[in-house]
Ligand binder design. Structure first.
Ligand SMILES: Nc1nc2c(ncn2[C@@H]2O[C@H](COP(=O)(O)OP(=O)(O)OP(=O)(O)O)[C@@H](O)[C@H]2O)c(=O)[nH]1
Ligand SMILES: [Mg+2]
Length: 436
């Protein structure tokens, strides 16, 4: 047994003696955390799961050493933070551009910062609408393209086409020659575009009153109609996504999101997944997968950043990293006050009803260094955070992490459990939101 492993075994024995004295009481700093902690104490992520992931990672990392890896991971995290996603939404007046801008930002049309919508012509200039939680994601509401003097080339120049990652061309009924002319010019710039047919909910609603109504047949009819008028206007093999701004979980929106994920580069795909509204269980799973990769990176970085012993505990970690990561996780899952308030408005329910579905996670405003220390204390006291024991396994699997292994273990394990709880809470909030 190497001396490092031996040292860790001794540390572990000492740690267990120090951290689990029978007389220790669980310290609670506020009632909310007391309530949350009761459920959090049953750690959801088993050690086996963690070890399996580490084995997988070891295979991926190959022979890379810690400094190389941390430099790469730091670059990845910086890139993710600074990557922008610019989505251009265009189409004739009244097609539903501004409504879609608001839906993609998880907003109603009637709150501060929402794009103006209505039955009269409203979008006159191209205007940017940053995502309320992730300002690196911007929706661009472009003016209608239905004017008689429409010149696609000039239009693209006027709206500064270079800055957009892709275009969404929408129609609420039929696509026109102008849509196809614009798409042709977009294609020449090597940018992607997607045809969307909005207001599918209204179409379904009116069709459903007819005898022998079938939802599938109705959707197929709309799709065929749109493809036909695009073909007549000169588009070859058009693909149309049917959507409703009120139901991003239905019709073709999930398919659109999947298509975008496949066609965007890796970084932009991650940005899209993190920022899109959590409208389905599937969307939540994708968020979780993206956050798992994020956690591995921040845990490894915590080996080399400002990891310090936590007073009164045998754990070493970078509290700022834990606080920042927990806030990020909650925001991605919409467990921050802003997102919850917006969702409450969207579904017409009191925000407290949605909050009542959150059983394990704190709200973003509750995540402070004190909160994290409290969480670490309870985890250690309850024997869940057996960081030293984990470190032994990390060392065996990954090799020495130059002394940062304890911090890696603590950060990784705490955040993995936090992520698991946040996903469950986000699922409960979603269920509560759609409950009739
Ligand atoms: N039922 C339903 N109504 C929608 C949908 N999308 C848009 N609308 C309605 O359609 C009308 C026009 O929507 P806007 O978003 O203002 O359209 P726009 O393309 O921005 O129009 P301009 O700004 O004039 O170019 C509004 O009354 C919206 O509420 C949808 O998916 N379903
Ligand atoms: Mg508009």
């Amino acid at each position: 047994m190497c001396s490092y492993v031996r040292l860790m075994k001794v540390t572990h024995q000492r740690y267990m003696q120090e951290s689990l004295p029978p007389e220790v009481e669980i310290r609670t700093t506020n009632t909310t955390w007391k309530q949350i902690s009761r459920t959090t104490m049953g750690a959801a992520i088993s050690k086996t799961v963690v070890m399996e992931e580490l084995e997988k990672l070891k295979k991926e990392w190959g022979n890379k050493n810690l400094p190389d890896l941390t430099t790469r991971f730091q670059e990845d995290l910086d890139l993710l933070k600074n990557t922008t996603l610019q989505i251009a939404i265009t189409g004739v007046s009244g097609a539903g551009k501004s409504s879609l801008v608001n839906a993609l930002r998880g907003m109603t049309d009637f709150e501060d910062g929402a794009a103006e919508t209505g039955v009269t012509e409203t979008t006159m200039e191209h205007k940017s609408y940053p995502h309320p939680t992730f300002p690196n994601v911007t929706m661009w509401d472009l003016p209608g393209i239905g004017t008689p003097n429409f010149k696609p080339k000039e239009y693209l120049k006027k709206v500064k086409f270079e800055k957009y990652d892709f275009f969404i061309i929408i129609a609420s009924n039929r696509f026109t020659e102008n849509d196809v002319l614009l798409a042709r010019e977009i294609r020449k710039t090597n940018k992607r575009f997607y045809y969307l047919r909005t207001r599918v909910d209204s179409s379904i609603d009116s069709e459903s009153k007819k005898p022998n109504y079938s939802k599938e047949k109705c959707l197929e009819k709309i799709r065929e109609y749109c493809c036909d008028n695009l073909t007549q206007a000169g588009e070859s093999n058009p693909r149309v996504f049917l959507i409703s701004r009120w139901h991003l979980d239905k019709y073709d929106f999930p398919l659109l999101q999947e298509t975008l994920e496949n066609e965007l580069d890796d970084l932009k795909r991650d940005v899209l997944i993190l920022a899109m509204p959590a409208f389905s269980k599937e969307a939540l799973k994708k968020k979780r997968a993206t956050l798992e990769a994020y956690i591995m990176k921040v845990a490894l970085l915590s080996c080399v950043t400002g990891a310090v012993p936590v007073p009164g505990l045998s754990v070493v970690c970078d509290l700022a990293i834990l606080v920042g990561s927990m806030i990020h996780i909650c925001q991605v899952f919409g467990l921050d006050e802003g997102s919850l308030n917006r969702l409450a408005k969207r579904v017409g329910k009191p925000v407290d009803v949605l909050k009542s579905a959150i059983k394990k996670s704190p709200l973003v405003s509750q995540i402070t260094k004190e909160f994290v220390i409290d969480m670490l204390t309870k985890s250690a006291v309850c024997g869940i955070l057996m960081a030293a024991e984990f470190v032994l396994d990390f060392v065996l699997v990954l090799g020495s992490l130059t002394g940062g292994a304890l911090s890696f273990g603590t950060t990784f394990y705490i955040l993995k459990n936090f992520l698991h709880d946040a996903e469950k809470d986000a699922e409960n909030v979603r269920a509560k939101a759609v409950e009739s």
